[in-house]
Ligand binder design. Sequence first.
Ligand SMILES: Cc1ncc(COP(=O)(O)O)c(C=O)c1O
Length: 390
Amino acid sequence: MKKNTRVNHPPAVDVPADNRSLVAPIYQSVKFTFDDTAETAKFLRGERPGFFYSRASNPTLRQLELLLAELQGREECLLVGSGVASIAACLLALCRQGDHVLAFVESYGPTRYLLERLLGKFGVTHTLLSIEDRAGIERVLGTRPTRLVIFESPTNPVTKIADIEHLTLHARKAGALTVLDNTFAGFHNHGRYPVDVFLHSLTKYASGHGDVLGGAIIAASALIEPMRRDVVTLGPSLDPHAAFLIQRGMRTYFLRYERQCASALEIARWLAAQPRIREVFYPGLESHPGHALARAQMSEFGTIVTFDLDGGFAAGDRFADALEYFSISASLGSTESLVMPPRLIGGQDLSADQRRTAKLSPGTVRLSIGLEDTEDLLEDLKQALRAAFA
Ligand SMILES: Cc1ncc(COP(=O)(O)O)c(C=O)c1O
């Protein structure tokens, strides 16, 4: 073997079958090979296990898929490169021309964009209702053939709680699939409801450290397997190194989520007692209209605390600028706390009426609570409120 050949065929290191690494290695390889053509053909015919090309499957991704499917309580999981890729891929795989989708004014902005701009181009129509409009949901599902209902709970940013039992009951009756973007509530919530497909942005609580993007589609095998073929061909694959980081983040998922939720509840209670704050939206507060539903549906109330601040954009800017431990940034679920002042809160595509329904106002501030000490966060909020109204 000459030197150029050698560097491309380095010495193999075999690890004995009874000598495993405690942390699974990252299979940072696009290609996998078998010993001969016959075995390769057998694999491609689905007659033996293995891996061949990482856009379709990879052992590092597979371990994470198995873990997330189990936590969410469904048979199968399909990983993609981001949370929005999970939404786009799922909608593209499940809808065909002429289909109708039910979504909500409180839905995540890019979900509404995908329905409006991308699926709209291919002749898929949709209706936007309020997630609280039970009569409307029954009316639309009872009168209009609907392929699927896509929703969130809690919603972003004002944390409305969907009545999952009601939604799934009426969707089933109408023969519509239910797709729940479960990013805010997490893998350990909502699995006992007959939701057909769960979507997650792994960028948030799963990775937990704000350093990697990822998404997951979780459902029964009968739904995932045909979808897997479509999605593999669309190509929004998750990289093995990203999967490794997310898998590592999952080791502390429950510890982080529970601690961040406990901190969020304490902060929401404190905010609710402040005179310049008109309303606090946190499902853990007894005053929240969805409190009873959230208590029944979830084991905690999430890490997003939203509130309506007196004084509009200007006070919102002063408040966010004065905060020291909350960075002005989008996203949620990482170890550091974040703030989105009213000027930066989305929903600009909604009409004035829809914004009112969604409870978005020029005073809407969203906090994402991280892992800092709660007392420090409270002190910081206190001084920022003082600065906003000095
Ligand atoms: C509810 C929800 N779904 C999906 C996403 C998209 O996730 P990603 O940024 O990983 O594409 C987000 C991001 O903020 C989100 O809040």
